[in-house]
Ligand binder design. Structure first.
Ligand code: PHE
Length: 344
């Protein structure tokens, strides 16, 4: 009986002192498992007389029940303590003031440029870039604009020295692309980039602006392909209901050349102040690549043909967003810029 009492006391003490789950489990194994201390008390039964056996057996059972109850009670204490600790460590103070932060904004010109790029990438075009400080050779010579052409006049072009300038159009990217791809006899590229002209800055002119040009060369490329391509661009920019019309025009590097109008997205062609009552808005220059331009770059103009088009990103963006002053794009007023970056 003395031994029983000792086991009970030791067990209760050990249970009480086990303050985490692994320890508590160890104590249970020590006392209450098949080979634990309580079970080994039972094995002493053999040595006792029948009456003693009964008495002893009952006592051992009582101890077993008492230890089990103590164990269950301690288990729920420990579990409650573990949960409490966890909740405390994960506590959030929802009453703290928020922290102001700036979401990176995309510039409206970037948005429009990427819309144009996405439209053409979906049709298998590759987007390529080129240097802003460019050789006269690629900006003018290779674009079939000879030395005496008015476009080369010092009035229009920022020259760095006799042969180096700030490119006046992204056609310079195209003449480079033509040269680099002549051996392939095929080309399908979009050329976005900044261009520079000696213009006096006002509401509709800027000495620096962004152009996107497209160029396709291959066997049998024709004006109907160009028209389809331009219609798809106009609709991507101004809505599926838009139509286009082509007017004859002149560029040195295309023949024939066209100017492209889109039906007014504001009045749907009825006439309003945006389209100056004509129902049409000019958005693009385009044409079939001049055979001489192809030849200079190394293509066989008898075997392949090409089309090219170019537009001003500021102009498209001003029309899309109904802006009346190009200078908004360059002032970086965050109130202006934020309007184009709503969370969607
Ligand atoms: N490079 C011309 C411009 O700057 C636009 C253009 C590109 C026209 C391609 C025809 C073909 O105005």
């Amino acid at each position: 009986m003395e031994a029983l009492k000792k086991v009970l006391e030791a067990g209760l003490k050990a249970i009480q002192e086990a303050e985490d789950l692994p320890l508590l489990n160890e104590v249970r194994n020590e006392f209450l498992s098949k080979r634990g201390k309580v079970a080994s008390l039972m094995s002493q039964l053999r040595e006792l007389s029948p009456e003693q056996k009964r008495e002893f057996g009952q006592q051992v059972n009582r101890i077993k029940v008492e230890l089990q109850q103590a164990f269950e009670a301690q288990l729920s204490n420990v579990e409650a303590a573990v949960l409490k600790l966890k909740l405390e460590s994960e506590k959030l103070n929802l009453e703290l003031p928020g922290v102001d932060f700036r979401v990176p904004l995309r510039h409206p010109l970037t948005i429009v440029q990427e819309e144009i790029e996405d439209h053409f990438m979906a049709m298998g075009y590759e987007v390529i870039e080129g240097p802003e400080v460019e050789l006269d050779f690629y900006n003018f010579e290779r674009a079939n604009i000879p030395a005496n052409h008015p476009a080369r006049d010092m009035q229009d072009t920022f020259y760095i020295d006799e042969s180096l300038l700030l490119r006046t159009h992204t056609t310079a990217i195209q003449t480079r692309a033509l040269e680099a791809n002549a051996h392939k006899e095929t080309l399908k590229v979009i050329c976005p980039g900044k261009v520079y002209r000696k213009d006096d800055d006002d509401a509709t002119h800027s000495h620096q602006f962004v152009q996107v040009e497209g160029l396709v060369v291959g066997h049998g490329v024709n004006l109907a392909n160009l028209k389809h391509t331009l219609l798809s661009l106009a609709q991507a920019m101004f809505g599926a209901d838009r139509n286009i019309r082509l007017r004859p025009s002149y560029f040195q590097f295309t023949e024939p050349s066209v100017e492209v109008d889109v039906s007014c997205h504001v009045c749907d062609g009825a006439g309003c102040h945006v389209c100056k009552q004509t129902g049409w808005i000019e958005i693009l220059g385009a044409g079939m690549v001049h055979p001489h331009v192809l030849e200079m770059a190394g293509f066989d103009s008898e075997a392949v043909s090409g089309f090219a088009f170019g537009c001003g990103v500021e102009r498209i963006a001003m029309l899309k967003y109904n802006l009346d002053d190009i200078r908004h794009f360059y002032q970086n007023d965050s109130k202006f810029l934020k309007q184009f970056n709503r969370f969607e």
